[in-house]
Write a new protein. Structure first.
Length: 146
């Protein structure tokens, strides 16, 4: 994992949702390298090369971050705040993929710099389509800054 290119960073504490997202990527033939982290604290350590990820090349940035909001240790809004406040990470697209359709969460996520906010569909086929579409858009269609 140390020097491998990271294209998708999935930050999701719900193992069922994480597994569904990973399966949906594979089913949609999106075989880009994916790292799954289970909480916001691990995500911040990974992105900034600290803690258990000390020494990781932080220039190896994901092409897109899929971020859940409701997580243990450090919640998604705090992770989003730190990503968008840092020069190294602020240009990384962050897609909030969460079960919360509460208006204050949506408003806050966008005000903190989220690039997209998607409420997870409950139905697997619909969830799989949303995740696959996200992958195609952010990995193939979107033109990131160099």
């Amino acid at each position: 994992m140390e020097n491998a290119t990271v294209e998708i960073l999935l930050i999701e504490d719900n193992m069922n949702d994480a597994e569904l997202a990973i399966r949906a990527f594979r089913k949609g033939n999106i075989n880009n390298s994916l790292i799954h982290l289970k909480n916001g604290a691990d995500a911040l350590e990974f992105l900034f090369g600290t803690g258990k990820f000390e020494g990781r090349d932080i220039k190896n940035k994901p092409k897109v971050i899929l971020l859940d909001l409701k997580m243990p240790k450090v919640d998604g809004l705090e992770v989003l705040t730190k990503i968008k406040a840092n020069e190294v990470t602020k240009a990384i697209p962050v897609v909030v993929l969460t079960s919360s359709n509460e208006h204050p969460d949506i408003e806050r996520a966008y005000s903190l710099g989220a690039n997209s906010y998607i409420v997870k569909p409950v139905e697997f086929d619909e969830f799989a389509k949303v995740v696959t579409d996200l992958g195609f858009y952010w990995l193939l269609k979107n033109q990131p800054p160099v």
